[in-house]
Design a binder for this molecule. Structure first.
Ligand SMILES: NC(=O)c1ccc[n+]([C@@H]2O[C@H](COP(=O)([O-])OP(=O)(O)OC[C@H]3O[C@@H](n4cnc5c(N)ncnc54)[C@H](OP(=O)(O)O)[C@@H]3O)[C@@H](O)[C@H]2O)c1
Length: 288
């Protein structure tokens, strides 16, 4: 068992850090809003620190799961950042969904300080984090990855090294591209079934057994039909992810017409007040 730190105790980070503690790791947490760190320590034991630097001191692995590129830089770099507190040979594992560029930038900064860095975005949502069954897509050096994989498995059911720094984030972009078009297709199916006067639940039940079946259909079909969206993966986060992958596509030349269109649909959902709604709320703009 290792001495580890966890930075960012949000919807995802809180339960992920909890699984590390449950496995017997010695966990020190940091959260920008200290009350959350205090509540976490009450629930799971371990310790909390006032800055990322303090939390990282003496840790073999420092995990993070914050919002976006800027948030990540703010907990890693600078006088109070984690890198300033880490000891040679330690590894930083970032679970934030961020750009491949920031992963490469931070991997270089870590290497300069003789530290390891693994970008390790996750898929599986809040339920995946709470149940410890996330999918983790990693980028980094094979020797560094081998050191951290056993600890990551405390909250994952699958974890894989996809290539050098940034490859984890690029893989997560593929994940989000696949989800964006699929959720729009599912929204149109649910919307059409309603207009056609069909029993929507019965339709989803039967077609989910055939070629149209998907995780989104299984897990979101019913709530889309009911118009319930106050849970899950927020539209604001999805737009952040779509902005990252559309920017990357401008660099690598990939054509993503549907992802670009769905991004605009999500902008409409935001203007309907749905920034914090689950991504399945795409159906709501068809039903207005
Ligand atoms: N929720 C999901 O279903 C899901 C699924 C896969 C991936 N993700 C990704 O995982 C990441 C976290 O998502 P989440 O749902 O856990 O978000 P969240 O609940 O909003 O938590 C964000 C965490 O980051 C911290 N934070 C944000 N900006 C910061 C800054 N500038 N400095 C220090 N700490 C900062 C927050 O601190 P405070 O408590 O002080 O606000 C909080 O602990 C995002 O990149 C998201 O895209 C989320």
């Amino acid at each position: 068992m290792a001495k580890v730190a966890f930075l960012g105790l949000g919807v995802m980070g809180g339960p992920m850090a909890g699984h590390l503690a449950k496995k017997g790791h010695d966990v020190t947490v940091y959260n920008r809003t200290p009350a959350k760190a205090e509540a976490w320590v009450k629930a799971h034991g371990g310790a909390s620190a006032a800055t990322p630097r303090e939390a990282a001191r003496g840790a073999e692995i420092v995990f993070a799961c914050v919002g976006n590129d800027a948030d990540l830089r703010s907990v890693v770099l600078g006088a109070d950042g984690a890198l300033a507190g880490m000891e040679r040979g330690a590894t930083f594992v970032d679970h934030t969904t961020a750009s491949a560029e920031v992963a490469r930038e931070l991997a270089a900064a870590a290497a300069e300080a003789e530290l390891g860095f693994v970008d390790a975005p996750v898929s599986g949502g809040q339920a995946g984090a709470e149940n410890g069954v996330l999918t983790v897509m990693c980028g980094g050096e094979p020797e560094t990855y081998a050191k951290v994989e056993p600890a990551i498995m405390a909250f994952a059911r699958a974890c894989r090294l996809m290539g050098p720094a940034g490859a984890g984030q690029l893989t997560k972009m593929v994940n989000q591209i696949c989800i964006a078009g699929l959720v729009q297709g599912l929204s149109e199916g649910v919307h059409f079934a309603k207009r056609a006067g069909l029993d929507v639940e019965a339709v989803l039940e039967v077609i989910s057994k055939g070629a149209a079946g998907s995780w989104q259909m299984e897990n979101r079909g019913k709530t889309m039909n009911a118009g319930t969206f106050d849970f899950g993966f927020a539209v604001d986060w999805m737009r952040k992810d779509l902005a990252i992958l559309l920017e990357e596509s401008r660099r690598n030349g990939a054509k993503l017409p549907v992802s670009a269109l769905v991004d605009q649909f999500y902008a409409e959902v935001q203007s309907m007040g749905g920034g914090r709604w689950d991504t399945s709320s795409l159906v709501a703009r068809l039903e207005r």
